[in-house]
Write a protein that binds this ligand. Sequence first.
Ligand code: XUL
Length: 532
Amino acid sequence: MGGSAVTVAIYLGLDSSTQSVTATAIEVDDAGRRTIRFERSFRYDEALPEYGTRYGVLPASDPKIVHAPPLMWSHALDRMIDELVRDADVDWSALRAISGSAQQHGSVYVNALARGRLGSLEPNIPLVEQIGDLFSRRTSPIWMDSSTTADCAAIEAAIGGPRALATLTGSRAFERFTGPQIRKFAREDPDGYASTDRVHLVSSWLASLLSGHHAAIDPGDGSGMNLMDLASRRWSPEAVRATAAELDAKLPPVESSWSIIGSLSPYWTKRYGLPPAKVVAWSGDNPCSLVGTGLVSEGLVAVSLGTSDTIFGIMPSPRPSEDGTGHVFASPTGAYMGMTVFKNGSLARERIRDAYGMSWADFSAALARTQAGNSGRTLLPWFDPEITPLVLTPGVRRHGLDAADADGNVRAIIEAQMMALALHSKWMGVRIRKIYATGGAAANRDILQVMADVFDADVVQLETGNSAALGAALRAFHADRLAEGRPLPWEEIVAGFVTPKTDAKLRPQAAHVATYKKLMDTYAERERAALG
Ligand code: XUL
């Protein structure tokens, strides 16, 4: 190397999602080069079969109850770091900061032993062998759970109704939100609740494992709890009181999304030879995706087609959804984000694909050979209980559609999902002209064409579909620069990383747009009728 060696910094973003864990490492050098250096994913079901999950969750007889093992998420974190250090061709000595993203709302309940254990993990013993006795609740309810309707009603009543709760916390009470979930646990298992010293989110729990002490919750993920005062970004004493006794002592503090919560604990530095890189507060997957799709200013929206389908965009000031459809979250950039979430995302697409014995290529071919509008035939895609609109008793409803018609059902599921996204994001009050598409199914251009036609908007594919892990890496970069006294504006943080793929824009086709304008009224009517 010559005298003018370029300094390279590596930032790592991890995403602990419903079905898999993903790592994205980015490289930034002081000559201005920016590269996504490395991406890797594995699925829990295949990599860690001993936990018995299917699609990342534990099988249950009641479709409203959906839990996953917190030990598995912890194990997966350890496994991923092991694989990164072993296999990735990255100079980890240049690692400056790590942050993470996690599925939102899921809660991890730990006892008082965690206080000492987190910081004294033995580097020569695998993590999973040292933390099994820390959980005061063996399984964690996750965002797919919809078993807390009674708790939602009680919390809303205590705060003065759904609108009052939405004004205070950004959302009316939702079954999957952490507050209602904590309330149910405290009610059904008072001993388990009493032995809980800390209630973490998935994000703050994994950050705690990395830093070796109980980590804070960031406002982005904290907004998914029905517990945080959105204006002050602190726990709301009223909401905490309405949820469970002594909860204030069990919640980690809320700290900014760019706070440095510590550095990698000796378990990671000694076991894997990593440097004591900064650990930046973790956040939820949707807030991280906002950064990872480059939506750092108002006017653009992203649609993420993952296990859940979500639509979100920046909001400069909080405008809660009048009809209770969506959420306002704190954005990890410091502003706010509006969002609507659907549970029947990728698993519903897979159910249709599998029901007709198709590959994804067959699925695309079926979409390509069917007509926009499906001759008025529709399907309400509620294979599992649905979040938007609220459907607690699942069941697919077909209109004019023969269940044996494979191609018709493929088109119907995609059109239903896109029309539901368009209808239930109207509350955000944004005229959507351009959509950034991310998540696994965003790789499929036939699906994206339906999105463009339904929304009458351009749809842009990004270089990576892993926007949550990329967003976490970018947040690590941002927080490191801020902590070093060399802050960069968000536009500069994301520049060069969130570039749309060349030739990757899908444009709406006028004839199809007209078809969907009509069909959307029919779809909305069928949805209303089904809800009774
Ligand atoms: C967001 C939500 C889902 C999960 C998926 O409110 O419930 O998008 O975050 O991981």
